[in-house]
Ligand binder design. Structure first.
Ligand SMILES: Nc1ncnc2c1ncn2[C@@H]1O[C@H](COP(=O)(O)OP(=O)(O)OP(=O)(O)O)[C@@H](O)[C@H]1O
Length: 279
């Protein structure tokens, strides 16, 4: 399902946090929303979820998200927030099962199908062994995967992920990103995620939207958006950019030259004192 945001303005605490944001996330695609801290990325996801008021329109498959009833919306869009408050005494299984709420009748109980979907998602996220643990007994990375499990158990056509990998080791980062990508390809999920790791974003997203100070500052393919100049302008960071065999950008931080060093040329490691004789 296509997610379409048009001329979205959001104010929080009397300040404009999103300004005329327009973007189209194609059905079945993965868009990564990138940008420096405070740029408005989480606010955008929360707006798409219908949790932020503002001017402009947000449509999912042509339908205005703010006009939907919560239960109807929850069958279309799932959201894994960055750092949700988790009920400490709830078990991992029961928390992930909350993702099935939109399908459980009021005053009813979950079905065998709801429990089996939940068990399957926990299995795929390497969490089956923790199903009976309470949430206060998990590591940061385990908690993050449980939050994702709840969103995946919701089985919606649109998935919003706010920094899904920040607390994960490199193996679990790959596992989570591959799982989301497989679901996207198999079921035609539309994925919108914020992500700070720009190389990871470039590996998985079809399209990047760079937010800076509440505005869309750049958008397009990872190779178009992730240039040395754009990163310097919006993140105030020095990076070198190379490309993998498929042309996806690979970023590496470059340390600024220190006193006594010759400044590095683009793509070159700064020369240390004693190196580069004759210069
Ligand atoms: N409830 C709120 N009331 C007032 N200001 C808010 C509120 N929530 C967020 N903000 C402000 O809105 C701006 C955008 O916040 P947001 O969380 O969307 O940024 P972000 O791009 O996701 O940042 P980060 O990369 O640090 O997670 C920030 O300046 C933040 O301080």
């Amino acid at each position: 399902m296509t997610v379409s945001v048009r001329d979205l303005d959001v104010e929080l605490g009397g300040r404009r946090v999103l300004r005329s944001v327009t973007m189209e996330v194609a059905a079945g695609s993965w868009t990564a929303v990138i940008g420096p801290n405070g740029a408005g990325k989480s606010t955008l996801l929360r707006a798409v979820l219908g949790l932020r008021d503002g001017r402009g329109t947000i449509r999912i498959s042509g339908r205005d998200v703010r006009a939907m009833r919560p239960r109807q919306r929850a069958r279309l869009v799932a959201y894994a927030p960055q750092s949700p408050r988790l009920p400490p005494d709830m078990t991992v299984f029961d928390y992930a099962l909350l993702g099935r709420s939109p399908y459980i009748p009021h005053f009813g109980r979950e079905s065998t199908h709801d429990r089996s979907v939940t068990a399957d998602v926990l299995e795929r996220l390497d969490l089956s062994g923790l199903a009976a643990r309470t949430l206060d007994q998990l590591s940061g990375g385990e908690r993050q995967r449980v939050v994702l499990a709840r969103a995946l158990a919701q089985q919606t056509p649109v998935l919003l992920l706010d920094e899904p990998t920040t607390a994960l080791d490199i193996g679990h980062q790959q596992q989570v990103m591959e799982l989301v990508d497989r679901l996207r390809l198999a079921d035609g999920l539309t994925v919108m995620s914020t992500i700070h790791d720009l190389t990871l974003a470039a590996q998985y997203a079809d399209r990047l939207e760079l937010l800076s100070d509440g505005r869309v500052a750049a958008s397009g393919s990872p190779a178009d958006v992730l240039t040395r100049e754009t990163i310097a302008a919006h993140f105030d960071a020095g990076v070198s950019v190379s490309h993998d065999a498929e042309g996806r950008p690979l970023l590496a931080l470059e340390r600024p030259a220190r006193p006594g060093e010759r400044p590095a040329r683009p793509g070159e490691r700064p020369a240390r004192p004693g190196e580069g004789a004759g210069e």
